[in-house]
Write a protein that binds this ligand. Structure first.
Ligand SMILES: Nc1ncnc2c1ncn2[C@@H]1O[C@H](COP(=O)(O)OP(=O)(O)OP(=O)(O)O)[C@@H](O)[C@H]1O
Ligand SMILES: [Mg+2]
Length: 254
């Protein structure tokens, strides 16, 4: 299938330190990719660069064949490139219903009405309700974010991302900070993502990676050192050296 997302020769340095080193990759609709690598490898920076949150030193990003490197982050969201953040960025005083409604209004370019009473906009609230039901949050839709569990906040972020109708979804550690007892619900939400959506997930929990991913990309010191199948990644000498040594050894010992 032809690519929906292409990155060519992306480079970024912070004060002389290369954090993204000639990174190229493509994704097709329906892809399930895990991006892994040590802390500081440049995973979040990669997401910041391709989404337009950060300007690359060089390189190109294409969405559905269109070069978007000079288009701002909101323009890229409108074209279907959506990300979630490593740490939640929710408004503590607002409700899940309000968050999802805002995402819908942003998607439709109706943010002029942002401070209007969108809870009384039936089209928006119907759509928000469907999404919140899907993510198991419907009973909490009118509670303040500060009153709901962190795992539920992370599910709300997935609901907001889906409200933007992505074609490519980049998830930066969607289960980070969530107690083990609640990660199952996040994993279920990931399993239920639309089949034709291209998904790239950054994740440190290798068990989750292996259940989710059909393809694994390993980043080490800003460079892609592996791009291939989950079955091959644990056997790769460079990957074991850079990141997976203890996991691979434990798996083989088990
Ligand atoms: N805005 C910035 N200015 C300067 N240095 C930065 C900036 N953002 C990131 N870095 C540095 O770039 C490197 C890569 O950081 P990044 O956050 O992309 O890593 P990561 O792979 O996402 O790590 P983690 O697994 O811990 O989230 C780190 O050395 C970090 O300190
Ligand atoms: Mg990160």
């Amino acid at each position: 299938m032809s690519a929906v997302f292409d990155v060519f020769n992306l480079n970024k340095a912070f004060s002389g330190l290369t954090v993204t080193n000639d990174v190229s990759l493509s994704m097709a609709p329906g892809d399930r990719v895990a991006l892994i690598g040590p802390n500081g490898a440049g995973k979040t920076t990669f997401v910041n660069l391709v989404t337009g949150n950060l300007r690359p030193d060089s390189g190109e990003v294409r969405l559905n064949g269109e070069t978007v490197t000079k288009i701002d982050a909101i323009g890229r969201v409108r074209r279907g490139l959506v990300r979630s953040f490593q740490v939640t960025r929710l408004f503590q005083e607002m409700t899940p219903a309000e968050h999802v409604a805002l995402a819908i209004l942003q998607r439709d370019g109706r943010t002029g009405k942002m401070f209007g009473n969108f809870l009384s906009m039936p089209d928006v609230m119907d759509e928000a309700s469907v999404l919140l039901t899907k993510l198991g949050l419907i009973d909490l839709m009118h509670r303040k974010v500060s009153e709901i569990a962190y795992g539920q906040q992370r599910l709300l972020e997935i609901a907001m991302a889906l409200a933007l109708k992505p074609k490519v979804l980049l998830l930066d550690e969607p289960a980070a900070g969530v107690p083990q007892s609640d990660t199952g619900r996040i994993e279920q939400a990931l399993a239920d993502l639309p089949a034709d959506l291209a998904v790239l997930m950054i994740e440190h929990d290798m068990d989750l990676v292996f259940r989710f991913a059909k393809r694994v990309i390993v980043l080490a010191a800003g460079t892609i050192i592996f791009d291939g199948s989950p079955a091959d990644v644990t056997k790769d000498a460079a990957v074991r050296e850079a990141y997976l040594g203890s996991y691979a050894n434990a798996s083989h010992a088990a």
